[in-house]
Design a protein around this ligand. Structure first.
Ligand code: GAL
Length: 450
């Protein structure tokens, strides 16, 4: 195994998915608080009102992380908990919560990696237009400045925005996620541009307010196509398809990453969107492309392509009976290998897998344990591919399993369990799954992956 000594081993969560305490201690409402109240918006009308009750159980949760052997914890601070109106007023009790959580983590030798935005937009800002407002990047930079100023004595790893693709695609186009809008592509692209600006202004706010040396990254979906075979022509087709933009969807990588690393939208994307491409004002791209320390990528699955007759990438359907998670997402471990290769070649930045994980249908066994060999195998197989990439020069610096806890899985409510730790959503009881022990043993070198 080629994992460097300082490789970061962690697990991830997001505030609305785990915290609960939705109406306590001065927290403002977020767009998910509102969206979940809309009948039928979420599976079985679940909500994150209580979720994993992490807000009250964080001490126990940090103890569990320590017991597992995690070295890092990727988490989001809840914007509406800290600034109930999004801007202006600061909620002292919200600040206190994160103060205590960071201290607890550091006491346990677990490094906090903080995501500034993992979809918990204050409702007050949604009412002012949300990401559609040209002011939104300034709101986000005000929030960022506040929390970085307050916490960068202890937190040195910051990520701006989690999965811009999903924020815009599901929040504003399909309506599957909060705020649940079904706008047209032109409006979605304009909001996407505001979101990219928010990323850039946050990068600047982190650097300007940091009390110590910090690392700043971004956590988009690491969307790629993987080659159906190892033939060079299929690899080339997969690479090409990985950075192509289909104007009927926002599922792609280049539209969301090229502006950040190259300071421009990809030409092929601009051509594909044509007259509905967003207006870029003078100076925007300078803000959007401020230098980053790492590229975080959330990677779960990918479709396969081969080189078609005319050399064009052609999708190759998975065989009947392919391996999948409870969402039906194909389990294809080499996705992390190819993603590492393609993103390294194109952007040449240190890479961190900010999310990778699986949901399986598990049951509590007669002995009271949760035995989840599918998840242990998933982790092992993906880490073997991370290792293969590192051996071939891909600068992977860390891996965060999604998720630490079973949690509120957005519009699917509590249907899918991704956790290393089982959560009983009625009682709040936690059960450390076998996969958590397995992952801990890998982290601590007790077992190899061969
Ligand atoms: C990601 C998201 C996470 C989590 C995960 C599993 O898109 O960032 O919050 O829900 O998917 O579906």
């Amino acid at each position: 195994m080629a994992f460097p000594k300082d490789f970061v081993w962690g697990a991830a969560t997001a505030s609305y998915q785990v915290e609960g305490a939705a109406f306590e201690d001065g927290k403002g409402q977020g767009i998910w608080d509102v969206f979940c109240k809309r009948p039928g918006a979420v599976w079985q009308n679940h909500s994150g009102d209580v979720a994993c009750d992490h807000y009250h159980r964080y001490v126990e949760d940090v103890e569990i992380m320590k017991k597992i052997g995690l070295k890092a914890y990727r988490m989001e601070m809840s914007w509406p908990r800290v600034m109930p109106d999004g801007v202006g007023n600061v909620n002292r009790k919200g600040i206190d919560f994160y103060d205590k959580l960071f201290d607890e983590l550091l006491k346990a030798d677990i490094e906090p990696w903080v995501t500034l935005y993992h979809w918990n937009l204050p409702q007050a800002l949604q009412e002012k237009g949300g990401w559609q407002s040209p002011e939104s990047s300034k709101w986000f930079s005000e929030y960022t400045a506040l929390v970085v100023n307050k916490f960068s004595d202890r937190v040195t790893k910051w990520m701006t925005i989690n999965e811009p693709q999903v924020i815009i695609m599901h929040g504003l186009l399909t309506g599957l996620h909060a705020p649940g809008f079904k706008l047209g592509m032109a409006e979605a692209l304009a909001a996407g541009h505001n979101l990219l600006l928010a990323h850039g202004r946050a990068v600047s706010a982190v650097r300007q307010n940091a009390k110590r040396e910090v690392s700043v990254g971004y956590a988009p979906v690491g969307w790629i196509r993987r080659p159906a075979t190892n033939d060079q022509c299929d690899i080339d087709a997969a690479r090409k398809a990985s950075f192509e933009i289909d104007p009927t969807t926002l599922w792609n990588s280049a539209w969301w990453m090229d502006p950040v690393f190259f300071g421009k939208y990809p030409d092929q994307g601009l051509e594909a969107f044509g007259s509905i491409a967003p207006r870029v004002s003078a100076g925007d791209m300078e803000i959007i492309s401020l230098p980053l320390d790492f590229l975080g990528v959330n990677i779960y699955t990918a479709s396969a392509v081969k080189a078609g007759e005319d050399g064009k990438p052609e999708l190759v359907p998975y065989k009947v009976g392919y391996q999948m998670n409870t969402y039906d997402w194909p389990v294809v471990p080499d996705v992390v290998y190819w993603a590492g290769k393609f993103f390294h070649e194109r952007y040449n930045k240190p890479l961190v897998i900010t999310e990778n994980g699986t949901a399986v249908a598990e049951i509590i066994a007669r002995d009271g344990g949760v035995h989840d060999p599918q998840r242990s195998e998933f982790i092992a197989k993906h880490l073997i591919e991370v290792d293969r990439a590192i051996q071939e020069g891909v600068p992977y610096k860390g891996y965060f399993y999604w998720s630490l806890l079973d949690n509120f899985e957005w519009n699917c409510g509590y249907k899918h369990r991704f956790g290393l730790v089982y959560v009983d959503f009625e009682t709040g009881e936690r059960i450390v799954k076998d996969s958590a022990v397995f992952y801990g043993d890998v982290i601590n070198g007790k077992i190899g992956l061969g």
